[in-house]
Design a protein around this ligand. Sequence first.
Ligand SMILES: [Zn+2]
Length: 349
Amino acid sequence: MSLSAAADRPPWPWQEAVWRRLCRQWRQQNLAHAYLFCGESGAGSAGFLHEFANLLLCEKPLDQRACRQCRSCRAGGAEHHPDLLQVAPEEGKKDIGIGQIRELTEFLSRSGFSELARITIIPRAERLTLAAANALLKTLEEPADRTFLLLAAVSPGRLLPTIRSRCQILPLPGPDPAGAADWLRQQADRQQSHLSEAALGELLEACGHRPLEALDALRSGRQEGLAAMRRCLHGLLSGETGIHKMVTDAGKIGEAAVFEQLSIISTIVIRGLIEDAWQNPENHSLAEALPGKDRAARLAALLEFHRQVTEARKLLAGPGNPNPQLLLESVLLCWQRQGGERAAWEPAP
Ligand SMILES: [Zn+2]
C-alpha cells in the first residue's frame, strides 16, 4: 500500500522513495548527522522534514510512521516538541542571522526531553547569512550523539560548499504534472469538491503546478474567485460590469488578492495565446473578447495589462503606502478603456 494512500499528511506520493530510503537508514541505525534535502518550492519539503522529525521523536513508531499516540506524539508532534527547533527567518526579515544559529547551538547542547533525538530543522537553508552559515559549520563539524540537522533548500548552490559537503544530500523532487493532477483529483474527491477536469487543470496551472498550493486554493475557495474575476474582466470589456462594483467586491477580499488573481488569469491566457491551446474554454472566450484583429495583437494587449498588474503589485507591496483602491481602479480603467478603444490596440503598421 502506498505510504500516503490513507493519510492526509506527508510523505506525499512524490516523496515516498526518499522517505523509504531514510527509513532504511533509520532501521539500520545508519542515519547521517545532517541532511540537505534539495527540492523545488511548493513541493512540501517543510512538511516532509517535520514528519520525519515526528518519526525520530516517536516512542512507538508504527509501520515507519509516527504513531500519533505515544507521549511524544501526544505532546503535539515535532511542531511543539521540546526536542525540536525550527530555524527560519524572523518576522519581517529575509535571512537567518547568526543569533538564531547561536540559539540552535545552545539548544543542541541542553539535555533533552527524551532520549531519542534532538532535531533542528532549517527549511530554507539558503537564507543563512554568511556569518550564520559559518557558525552552523561548527555544529556540523562536531556532531553530538543523537542530534540531527534537517536542512532543505530550493537553491542549494547558494549554500557554502563546506556546508553542503558535511551533509548527506538527498533530492526531494516535486510531482510530475500527471502525478500532481492525480493527487489533486483524489484530494478533491475526498473533500467532495466537484471539479471538472478542465477546472482542475486550470487550478493547477494557476498554482504553478504545485498541488499542495492548489489544494489550499481549493479549500479557501480561490478556484471560485478566479472564475468570478474572469467574468468581471469579461464584463468590463463588454461594458456589462462597472469598475465601481468590481472595486467594491475587491474590498471584501483585499486588493492584493485581486491583483494576484488578475496576474494569474492574465498569465494563463497569455500562455494560451502563445501555445494556441485552451484547457478551459472560458479562458479562450476571454482571449477572444480582447481587442486586436489577430492573436499577436491580443497577446500584446494582454502583456501590457500583465505589466500594469505586476507594477501595481510591486507598488502595493513597496514602502510607498499607495491607496490600494485607487491603484486597482487605475489598472481596471486601463483594461476597460482598451475594451472601448480597440483601434488603439492594433499594432503600428
Ligand atoms: Zn508516537
